[in-house]
Design a protein around this ligand. Structure first.
Ligand code: OSB
Ligand code: MG
Length: 372
């Protein structure tokens, strides 16, 4: 396809409750949306970069800047663009994976809408519904944490993930394990808050029979994760560190991760995410779909990705209402009966969800920019 224009939309999305991690407290998402307008039709992509460079070196203003000055001009001047060509065409820019991923997703949406195919079909989805977990922030008190978790359990979520940090780990985990009982699926995410000097402390999580501990150490510290995995029984799972399929293989071979969290934005796009999935499946390493508090646009694509056969653990693919009172697409709602705790994989063309343009305009944080 030829791309005629690339639009950047900034939308304010207040969260239904503050989300606290070891990086800090977040009360809203400042979402950067990309719309590509092509000779084959339009497509939307969501950039998962946060407002600030805490989870990753990327952040919204930086992503918008690199898109405007480097990435979009390249695609606008290319004689032909396909989702499969985007990563190569943008490869001259180092890093900036979340910015590249948003562009690739928008191109893929346009391409699949034109072909009448869904993301799920294109990815190779093997199920119509995916099991969902929920990521639970650091709470003001144990009582508030237990009330929040009880609410999610009542809604049907199949797995609870607790955010932890030094001073908020053993006690909340013990109390939530007690609440869930021995069969409840429970895992923790430290978002790099510890160092290898905490290995003995983290080993005290072993009795709680966690599915995994996610990213206890620095993004760049593969060696410490491998060392921790030698001393704790809880499986170690990397999130921030996994920036590509090549890094995933390296981390697996070094014994630093025995389960992998896949986020398309973090690895530079859904096509690279598919490669991470495929190589993990070949190596018999289970994967699950992470989340970045996405709106319906990113959620639709994540749910389609999570429908691949290697995704054997429930993902951070929660219902829209866990994040936002109103979403900018039709909301994702948990199923009932045999589909309790699951989301349905969209089957319509492209992402399969429709962007409410009036909503996007109404919540705009600044006038949208059109690049040609
Ligand atoms: O570390 O998985 C993470 C949200 C933003 C940035 C990083 C992370 C998260 C979450 C929430 O844990 C996942 C979600 O429900 O979207
Ligand atoms: Mg994480």
């Amino acid at each position: 396809m030829r791309i005629d224009a690339i639009e950047l939309h900034r939308v304010g999305m207040p969260l239904v409750r503050p989300f606290e991690t070891s990086f800090g407290v977040q009360t809203a998402r400042e979402v950067l949306l990309i719309r590509v307008r092509s000779d084959a039709g339009d497509g939307w992509g969501e950039c998962v970069a946060g407002s600030e460079p805490f989870y990753s070196s990327e952040y919204v203003d930086g992503a918008a800047h690199v898109i405007e000055h480097y990435l979009a001009p390249t695609l606008l001047h290319a004689p032909d663009v396909t989702a499969a060509s985007v990563a190569r065409q943008l490869g001259f820019v180092a890093g900036h994976r979340m910015a590249k991923a948003a562009l690739e997703a928008a191109v893929l949406d346009a391409e699949l809408r034109a072909a009448g195919r869904s993301f799920g079909e294109y990815f190779g989805a093997t199920v119509e519904w995916v099991g969902c977990g929920v990521s639970v922030g650091i709470a003001p008190s144990i009582d508030e944490l237990l009330a929040e978790v009880s609410g999610y359990v009542a809604e049907g979520y199949k797995r609870i993930k607790l955010k932890i940090k030094p001073g908020w780990d053993l006690e909340p985990v013990a109390r939530v394990r007690e609440l869930l009982g021995p069969d409840g699926l429970l895992q923790v995410d430290a978002n790099t808050a510890y160092t290898l000097a905490d290995a003995e402390h983290l080993k005290r999580l072993d009795p709680f029979d966690l599915l995994l501990i996610e990213q206890p150490f620095d993004e760049e510290d593969i060696a410490s994760h491998a060392a921790l995995a030698q001393v704790i029984e809880t499986p170690v799972c990397l999130d921030e560190s996994i920036l590509s399929a090549a890094i995933a293989v390296d981390a697996i071979e070094r014994g630093a991760t025995s389960i992998v969290n896949i986020k398309a934005g973090r690895v530079g796009g859904y096509l690279e995410a598919l490669r991470v999935h495929d190589i993990c499946r070949e190596l018999s390493v289970p994967v699950w779909c992470g989340g970045m508090l996405e709106t319906g646009i990113g959620r639709a694509a994540n749910v389609a990705l999570a429908a691949l056969p290697g995704f054997t653990l429930p993902g951070d693919t929660s219902a829209s209402a866990r994040y936002f009172a109103d979403d900018l697409t039709e909301p994702f709602v948990l199923g009932t009966g045999e589909h309790a705790g699951q989301l349905r994989v969209p089957t319509g063309p492209g992402t399969g969800v429709e962007v409410d343009e009036a909503f996007v305009a109404d919540r705009a944080l600044s006038p949208h920019r059109t690049l040609r």
